[in-house]
Ligand binder design. Structure first.
Ligand code: SF4
Ligand code: SF4
Length: 415
C-alpha cells in the first residue's frame, strides 16, 4: 500500500532524491566546525540536533540503514532550516539540499502523526484566496480571548502580540508588455499589502515599470519545508506559467520567497525571469540617484533574515539602500548570525524554542537604542513584533521598503 498524506505521482523521483542527498552528504567530513553556529545544537547539546548529526541521520535514512521513526523525524523537524551551518562549512556541504531531499523522503516514509497531518492540511490552505489573511485574523482573535491561564498553550503566547495588518487596495501597475520588472506577491500578499504598495512606489520612483502577473501563487517554500515535494512542484509550475512574459526580472519583497523562487528546477525555468530579492534589484538594476529621500534623523537596527543572509547572501543591499536616507543611523541588530525562530511555520510547531530565540533578539533590540527595527521577511517581522509586545516594548518592526517609501517626497499622483 502506498504511503498516505501526499501525492504518489512523483514516485520516480525517489531514487534521484536519495542520490542527490547522498552526493551532498558525502562532502561532509564530520569536522564539527558548524556545531557552534547551530541554534538547536546550542540549545540541546544533542548531536542528533546538530547539522553533523542530522546529515548522518538523513543519509542513513536515504540508504535504508535507518527507518524514519518518530524520534528521527522529530530531530529533523526541529531543524530551523536557517542554514547557518551551510554558511560556515569549510567543505561547502550543501545542507539545504540534504534537508530538502531528506524531508521529501521522510514525508513519504515516516510515521504520520496528527500534528504532521494538521501541518499539511494548513499548508494546503495557502493556495486558497484570502485564506492566509483570514487565518491570521482568526489567530489574533482567538489568542486574545480571555482563556484561563492553564488552557493557554505556548502558541497563544506567541500569537498574542501579533500586530494588526491593514489591507489597502494594491497600487496600480502596468501590463506585461512594457514592464521592466514583475512583482511576486506570495501567499502572504493579503497580509503585506502596505509593503507591496511601498515596493511599487519605490520601484516606480527609480523609473521602473512594474507588472503584477495574475494567477501567481505561493512560492512553495512552506510545502517544500514540510516534505510535500509534489505540492511544491505544482506551486512552482503555476508560477513558472504566470511569470512567463517579457519582463526580464522578478522581484520578491520576502527574502524567503526569493530564495525558493531562485531554486526552481533549472530544467523547467526556460523563459522564467531572473529572480531578485527586491533590495538587490534596487541596488544593482535601478538608478538610485533618482530616489530623492527626505532626511530622517533616527536610528534603525537591521535584522538580517536567515533566508537573506545565508541563502541569498544579500543582506548588504538592505544596508546600502537605507544609508541613502539623509541623517539616518544604521546599526546591525546584535546576534544577526542566529535565527530569530520564525523559520516559516516553526514558530507554531516549536513555540518554546522559537520564543526563546526571539526573546534574545527582542532584548537586544530593546537595548540597542534604535527607534525602529527593520526586517526583510514578513515572518521574522511578525515573530519579532509579537515577542517585543510580549516584553512590553513598543519598538515597531517594519519592512525596509516601508521606511524608504515614507521618506519619498509627497507625489501629486499618490494613491
Ligand atoms: S557540515 Fe561541514 S562544518 Fe559541519 S561537520 Fe560536515 S564538513 Fe564539518
Ligand atoms: S539549518 Fe540551522 S538549525 Fe538546522 S542544522 Fe543548520 S544551523 Fe542547525
Amino acid at each position: 500500500m502506498p504511503p498516505s498524506g501526499h501525492d504518489q505521482s512523483n514516485a520516480k523521483a525517489i531514487p534521484a532524491r536519495a542520490a542527490a542527498l547522498r552526493a551532498a552528504a558525502d562532502r561532509c567530513v564530520a569536522c564539527g566546525l558548524c556545531l557552534p553556529h547551530c541554534p538547536t545544537y546550542g540549545d540541546s547539546l544533542n548531536e542528533n540536533e546538530s547539522p553533523r548529526g542530522r546529515i548522518a541521520l538523513l543519509r542513513a535514512t536515504a540508504e535504508g540503514v535507518l527507518k524514519a521513526t518518530p524520534t528521527i523525524v522529530a530531530h529533523i523537524d526541529r531543524c530551523l532550516g536557517c542554514l547557518a551551518c551551510e554558511s560556515v562549512c569549510p567543505s561547502h556541504v550543501e545542507y539545504a539540499t540534504i534537508l530538502k531531499e531528506g524531508r521529501a523522503l521522510i514525508a513519504r516514509e515516516g510515521t504520520t502523526s496528527w500534528r504532521a497531518w494538521l501541518r499539511r492540511a494548513l499548508i494546503r490552505l495557502v493556495d486558497l484566496p484570502g485564506a492566509v489573511a483570514t487565518a491570521y485574523a482568526a489567530a489574533r482573535l482567538i489568542s486574545r480571548l480571555p482563556w484561563p491561564h492553564t488552557w493557554r498553550g505556548p502558541q497563544a503566547t506567541t500569537l498574542r502580540g501579533l500586530p494588526a495588518r491593514p489591507r489597502p487596495p494594491l497600487a496600480p501597475t502596468i501590463g506585461a508588455d512594457h514592464a521592466d520588472v514583475a512583482l511576486f506577491l506570495g501567499c502572504t500578499a493579503d497580509l503585506d499589502r502596505a509593503t507591496l504598495n511601498a515596493a511599487i512606489r519605490v520601484l516606480q520612483a527609480t523609473g521602473q515599470r512594474v507588472h503584477i502577473p495574475r494567477d501567481q501563487g505561493c512560492c512553495g517554500a512552506l510545502a517544500a519545508h514540510a516534505g510535500l515535494a509534489d505540492r511544491a512542484h505544482r506551486q512552482a509550475l503555476r508560477n513558472l506559467r504566470a511569470f512567463r512574459g517579457p519582463a526580464p526580472a522578478l522581484v520578491s519583497i520576502a527574502s524567503g520567497c526569493a530564495a525558493e523562487l531562485r531554486d526552481y528546477d533549472p530544467d523547467t525555468t526556460a523563459r522564467f525571469p531572473e529572480v531578485f530579492d527586491i533590495h538587490r534589484y534596487l541596488v544593482e538594476k535601478t538608478d538610485l540617484d533618482r530616489l530623492k529621500l527626505r532626511p530622517w534623523p533616527r536610528t534603525i537596527a537591521v535584522h538580517d533574515p536567515c533566508s537573506l543572509r545565508n541563502a541569498l547572501k544579500g543582506e548588504r543591499f538592505v544596508y546600502e539602500l537605507l544609508k541613502r536616507i539623509p541623517g539616518v543611523r544604521i546599526i546591525e541588530l546584535p546576534g544577526n548570525g542566529t535565527c530569530c525562530g520564525a523559520a516559516g511555520d516553526y514558530f507554531l510547531r516549536e513555540p518554546k524554542r522559537a520564543q526563546a530565540l526571539a526573546a534574545t533578539k527582542a532584548a537586544a533590540a530593546a537595548a540597542s537604542g534604535a527607534d525602529i527595527i527593520v526586517s526583510a521577511n514578513i515572518g521574522c517581522a511578525l515573530h519579532l513584533s509579537a515577542q517585543l509586545a510580549q516584553a512590553g516594548c513598543a519598538l515597531p518592526v517594519l519592512h525596509p521598503l516601508l521606511v524608504l517609501d515614507q521618506q519619498l517626497p509627497p507625489s501629486p499622483n499618490a494613491w
